[in-house]
Design a protein around this ligand. Structure first.
Ligand SMILES: Cc1cc2nc3c(=O)[nH]c(=O)nc-3n(C[C@H](O)[C@H](O)[C@H](O)COP(=O)(O)OP(=O)(O)OC[C@H]3O[C@@H](n4cnc5c(N)ncnc54)[C@H](O)[C@@H]3O)c2cc1C
Length: 329
């Protein structure tokens, strides 16, 4: 029997959808007798712990300390020390983080502290031949998928891409236990002084079911307002290529790709994006890609299920009118 430790992902003090996805990821590789434990670390974990108890894990463990406030936006020392202490107490075989800012920063640090192996941005998990977990992750900017096995019996620390696993819910509620925060967790060297909330309306890019993305082919900042309006109508989110962000047409928080955000919506619609490998690295997990580009040889058409060769503005206007008709009828 081994323990699979899921690290709850919070926005403020609320549990995010991706925690349920991590529980689903753990369930996909758990064998009989394995235990799935969800750890909630926060300055006030009570509400998130109640939500986590309904996800179908076996146990929820909470650690409360004022130094764990705002864990998702900075001040990583306290969560690293706390999760390391939880790992030392439970000796898990696997620790799962979400591939978020928090998981990307805290996951590798915890891996070093616990002497574990680390794999970032996993999009597939399966039981390996040696009783350990093998993981699949994109490499070469998303152009290839590689499967990794872990050698030895060190704890496997993973970040799992969001929107790959379907979030779980359990029929019963799992028990909630609390652990003491480790000694010295409040003695942090770097302190988060201020948090400036990113202004965003509507759904988060990473959580959106529909993403509409624009690139350099849009020619300027104004078209992004039109794409945003359409994304709002569809209940989706606005993405962008790095070229468009670098040009200052749209904030970098919208950037999708290798050095931007990873998205896996049901539908990813691009206007004026060439489909460079670094862009595709962030959207190749989309169920359906729709591309609009005036160049029939644009790389994006290799990955697109549906494509239109033509001027983005004309196609956009027709598409927008069709969406508005549907919204009215
Ligand atoms: C280390 C590294 C990391 C990177 N990380 C990222 C990343 O995270 N995200 C990212 O996006 N890029 C990233 N890049 C940059 C990437 O290589 C590309 O340069 C970038 O994605 C190109 O953006 P684009 O498709 O908008 O622009 P372009 O490549 O210039 O393509 C514009 C497209 O618009 C089309 N077009 C032009 N006019 C119209 C029109 N009127 N109607 C329809 N189509 C039109 C053109 O045919 C063309 O295909 C990275 C690069 C490096 C080296």
């Amino acid at each position: 029997m081994s323990t699979l430790l899921v690290i709850a992902e919070l926005t403020g003090r609320d549990l995010t959808e991706s925690t349920g996805e991590l529980v689903a990821a753990a369930q996909s590789v758990a064998t009989d007798g394995d235990e799935i434990v969800v750890a909630v670390v926060s300055d006030d974990p009570s509400a998130a712990a109640v939500s986590a108890a309904g996800l179908g894990g076996d146990r929820v463990i909470t650690v409360q300390h004022e130094a764990l406030a705002d864990m998702g936006v900075g001040g990583f020392e306290a969560p690293v020390a706390t999760i390391t202490a939880i790992s030392n107490a439970l000796s898990p075989s696997v620790i799962l983080f979400s591939k978020s800012d928090f998981g990307t920063n805290v996951g590798p640090r915890v891996a070093v502290r616990v002497g574990g192996g680390f794999a970032q941005d996993c999009i597939g998990l399966r039981p390996g031949s040696d009783g350990r977990i093998a993981v699949t992750r994109p490499v070469y900017g998303g152009n290839a998928l590689a499967e990794y096995a872990f050698t030895g019996d060190r704890v496997q620390v993973l970040t799992v891409r969001q929107n790959i696993f379907e979030s779980t819910s359990g029929d019963t509620r799992s028990p909630i236990e609390s652990l003491d925060a480790p000694a010295g967790v409040g003695e942090i060297r770097a302190r988060l002084v201020e948090t400036v909330a990113e202004e965003s309306k509507g759904v988060r890019l990473e959580d959106a079911d529909i993403v509409i993305s624009g690139g350099r082919g849009l020619g300027g900042p104004e078209p992004f307002e039109r794409l945003q309006a359409l994304a709002d109508t569809l209940g989706g989110a606005l993405g962008a290529s790095r070229a468009a962000c670098d040009a200052g047409w749209i904030d970098h928080s919208h950037q999708v790709g290798l050095t931007g955000k990873s998205v896996s919506p049901n539908v990813y619609i691009t206007f004026g994006i060439s489909g460079a490998s670094q862009h595709m690295a962030g959207c190749s997990g989309s169920r359906v890609i729709v591309a609009v580009n005036k160049d029939a040889d644009a790389n994006i058409f290799k990955d697109a299920r549906f494509g239109v060769v033509g001027d983005w503005e004309k196609v956009f206007e027709g598409f927008q009118a069709a969406v508005e008709d549907l919204a009215v009828s």
